[in-house]
Design a protein around this ligand. Structure first.
Ligand code: NAD
Length: 491
């Protein structure tokens, strides 16, 4: 049986790659190649950007914000309707649990509904300026063609975080999904057609970072880059954008502290630790990969965690009772094993897991792993693993917890577990992170800004302000004086 073949999506049509080449995409659970994906290059990027620009200058640019909102609303309904099918495709590529991914894709519909509502509520300002004889106001104008570059861990969700506000703002997009998880985006693109978007508003070019991502970022007609992914690619993109003074939104990694005080409800905290690091096999930018625990409850927390996680069911991600699926890609699998080796060499003590599970699926599984005896200066505590590997670090008091929590280059998220309101607020105010959860972990919403301090990124996604990442501000001065005053003197 021949496998499905996915072409680019450019100007509302399926377009074969200029090179004529395709690459394989694999199911990380079975290890089987299940589809062939168009291998894009600079020529495909040029075609997609040209289509986007034509839509921006033509039919899309001519729509009112209200009409854009109506189209986004229709798309949102289609996303919700097609969520099970899109989730199945996404899961085939990245091995996420069915029990999580269907709900996650359905929730994308809510993002599009939210920004659909916002499209015609971006109100400009009349400025009460100090200059006499003028009427001054601002206009918020769409930046134009936006490049959206995404990773493999939550491909459609992370694309929607960018696409929904970009389209609401009136921008057009060229999306480059991860080479590991391209198929779901190509299926998703078909829904834009069905919703009635003009061709060229959303385009998808698949392929590799160097062959598609780089020419897309460098393209003179691309005004803004929205990126989620690793730090290395993020820095390259930032440098390339700087060469042409383009704007960026970068959502990079993290090494977030999950801080547990001795007055916390320990049963809840244990669940918070598990959801922070073992959900999605730890392949999440916001993973709570450093648990900081107050000395007096250190041993008890470890005992409860080992007991709780020790029974976690690894296996087929399509089964409803599976709790931990495979690692999504082969390079990531190798990377996680490498960090487990590094942690052992550094002297950390493995109290749970620590091994691959070659007996499961195609063998791309890693046991949920817990290290104790970790010093915050160790590499296992400082570097993003992006897998099911937890470090536990003891602390004495609030000041110690804040010091260790912030002693890291990243600043994406963090959490505080305590029954004391004062302590919760005191620590929250002092953590250098874009999101802090109190007595919970991992909640995100279209309503609430998300993004990083320090090396975790630039800009914010979600929430009403995120639309401004895709807008330029224009100030307009209208003279209400009939006379032009002395032309040699600045007004
Ligand atoms: P990556 O950062 O290498 O790739 C993300 C996207 O950027 C992909 O679409 C890729 O093709 C593209 N890309 C890569 N180099 C590029 C370049 N120079 N110019 C333009 N586009 C480029 O991420 P990855 O390979 O999927 O994973 C690498 C590491 O990143 C992982 O080990 C993990 O630690 C981290 N990661 C972080 C997140 C996150 O949400 N913050 C998500 C996935 C991976």
């Amino acid at each position: 049986m021949s496998l499905p073949r996915y072409d680019h999506f450019i100007n509302g049509a399926r377009v074969p790659p200029a090179s004529g080449d395709y690459f394989d995409t694999e199911n990380p659970y079975t290890g089987e190649v299940w589809a062939h994906i168009a291998r894009g290059n600079a020529a495909d990027v040029d075609a997609a950007v040209a289509a986007a620009k034509a839509a921006f200058e033509g039919p899309w640019g001519g729509l009112t914000a209200t009409r854009r909102g109506q189209l986004l609303r229709r798309l949102a309904d289609l996303v919700i309707e097609h969520a099970p099918r899109l989730a199945e495709i996404e899961q085939r590529d990245n091995g996420k649990l069915s029990s999580e991914v269907v709900a996650q894709v359905r929730y994308m519909g809510e993002y599009f509904h939210y920004y659909a509502g916002l499209a015609d509520k971006v109100e400009s300002k009349v400025i009460p300026t100090d200059k006499p004889g003028v009427f001054t106001f601002t206009r918020y104008e769409a930046k134009g063609v936006v490049a959206i570059i995404t990773p493999w861990n939550s491909p459609l969700t992370l694309t929607s975080w960018k696409l929904a506000p970009a389209l609401a703002a009136g921008c057009v997009a060229v999306v480059k999904p991860s080479e590991f998880t391209s198929a779901s985006m190509l299926e998703f693109a078909a829904l834009f057609e069905q919703a009635g978007f003009p061709p060229g508003v959303v385009n998808v070019v698949t392929g590799f970072g160097a062959e598609v991502g780089e020419p897309l970022v460098a393209h003179p007609d691309v005004a803004h880059i929205g990126f989620t992914g690793g730090e290395l690619a993020g820095k390259r993109i930032y440098e390339a954008a700087a060469r042409n003074l383009k704007t960026v939104t970068l959502e990079l990694g993290g090494k977030s502290p999950n801080i547990i005080f001795d007055d916390a409800d320990l049963d809840q905290a244990v669940k918070g630790v598990v959801s922070g690091i073992f959900a999605a096999s730890g392949q999440s930018c916001q993973a709570g990969s450093r648990v900081l625990v107050q000395e007096s409850i250190h041993d008890e927390l470890i005992r409860r965690l080992v007991e709780f996680v020790g029974t976690a069911k690894l296996g087929d991600p399509t089964r409803p009772d599976t709790q931990i699926g495979p690692i999504a890609t082969r390079p990531q699998f190798e990377k996680v094993l490498d960090y487990i080796r590094i942690a052992r060499e550094e002297g950390a003590r493995c109290v749970l897991g620590g091994k691959a599970r070659p007996d499961l699926g195609a063998g791309q599984f890693i046991e949920p792993t817990i290290f104790t005896g970790v010093d915050n200066r160790m590499r296992i505590a400082q570097e993003e693993v992006f897998g099911p590997v937890l470090c536990i670090i003891p602390f004495k008091d609030e000041a110690d917890a804040i010091r260790i929590g912030n002693d890291i280059l990243y600043g994406l998220a963090g959490a505080v577990w305590t029954r004391s309101l004062h302590r919760a607020l005191y620590v929250t105010e002092r953590l250098k992170a874009g999101t802090v959860w109190v007595n919970n972990y991992r909640a995100t919403s279209f309503t609430t800004p998300f993004g990083g301090y320090k090396r975790s990124g630039i800009g914010r996604e979600s929430g009403s302000d995120a639309i401004h990442e895709y807008l330029d501000t224009k100030s307009v001065w209208i003279s209400t004086d009939l006379d032009v005053p002395n032309p040699f003197i600045r007004r």
